[in-house]
Unconditional design. Structure first.
Length: 249
């Protein structure tokens, strides 16, 4: 199967030029496993994308945190997939729960975005995950399956998709899913891909975990058979991100 471990750093809406340069310096000086063992992608705010790309070591890559759902044009304030491609940005994060919940992005809208971004040649980190209410009412898998189905209905090639399972109750809360909780959802999600997409795609698609991952809890999570890496928020702004990258081995 050979799913290469994937570590994403989502910097969200944080940073000044000086802070961004400092994070990049820390990353550039870090001793981490080689690129054939771990894929590292950091996602600065749009304004810092080209700066980070120009300064960052060549074995690490950058991602945008969003892009417009279709071809660019009269969409004030948006950034199109074509622009990201034009600037040599390889990845985009789509469907993050902060956009789903704060900006009202529906499953269909996220599915359309994923399909369009892929069609333009971007690689996509597609986020799914349930809220605390949904978990407590027992609908975690229904929610995650519906979010994934909206993507699966619109794409046929999953080669450039990484699925990030990010329970909303674990994001930025310090309340990380236990390794067993993460493994359970990842495993059911992989079975969903097997049943609804194909055995090959279920076996090859990376499913990464996000939600309060840090230097202290990453090793145990990384040891779970269906956890293929992490999407890291808060800790990706700190030197401990390097420890999280090292959890790949
Ligand atoms: C995220 O926003 O994708 C995330 C996982 O955040 P944090 O690690 O801060 O919980």
């Amino acid at each position: 199967m050979g799913r290469k471990f994937f570590i994403g750093g989502n910097w969200k809406c944080n940073g000044t030029t000086e802070e961004v340069k400092k994070i990049v310096t820390t990353l550039n000086e870090a001793e981490v496993p080689p690129e054939d063992v771990v894929e590292v992608v950091v996602s600065p705010p749009f304004l810092f994308l080209t700066l980070v790309k120009s300064l960052l070591r060549s074995d690490f890559h950058v991602a945008a945190q969003n892009c417009w759902v279709r071809k660019g044009g009269a969409f004030t304030g948006e950034v199109s997939a074509e622009m990201l491609v034009n600037l040599g940005i390889p990845y985009v994060i789509l469907g993050h729960s902060e956009r789903r919940l704060l900006l009202g992005e529906s499953n269909d809208f996220v599915g359309d975005k994923v399909a369009y971004a892929l069609s333009q040649g971007l690689k996509v980190i597609a986020c799914v995950g349930e809220t605390l209410d949904q978990r407590e009412s027992g609908s975690t898998m229904d929610v995650v399956a519906a979010q994934t189905k909206a993507i699966a209905d619109r794409i046929s090639d999953w080669t450039n998709v990484v699925v990030a399972y990010e329970p909303v109750w674990a994001i930025g809360t310090g309340k990380v899913a236990t390794p067993a909780q993460a493994q359970e959802v990842h495993s059911v999600l992989r079975k969903w891909l097997h049943a609804n997409v194909s055995a090959e795609i279920a076996g090859s698609t990376r499913i990464i975990y996000g939600g309060s991952v840090n230097g202290a809890n990453c090793k145990e999570l990384a040891a779970q058979p269906d956890v293929d890496g992490f999407l890291v928020g808060g800790a990706s702004l700190k030197p401990e991100f390097v420890d999280i990258i090292k959890s790949a081995t």
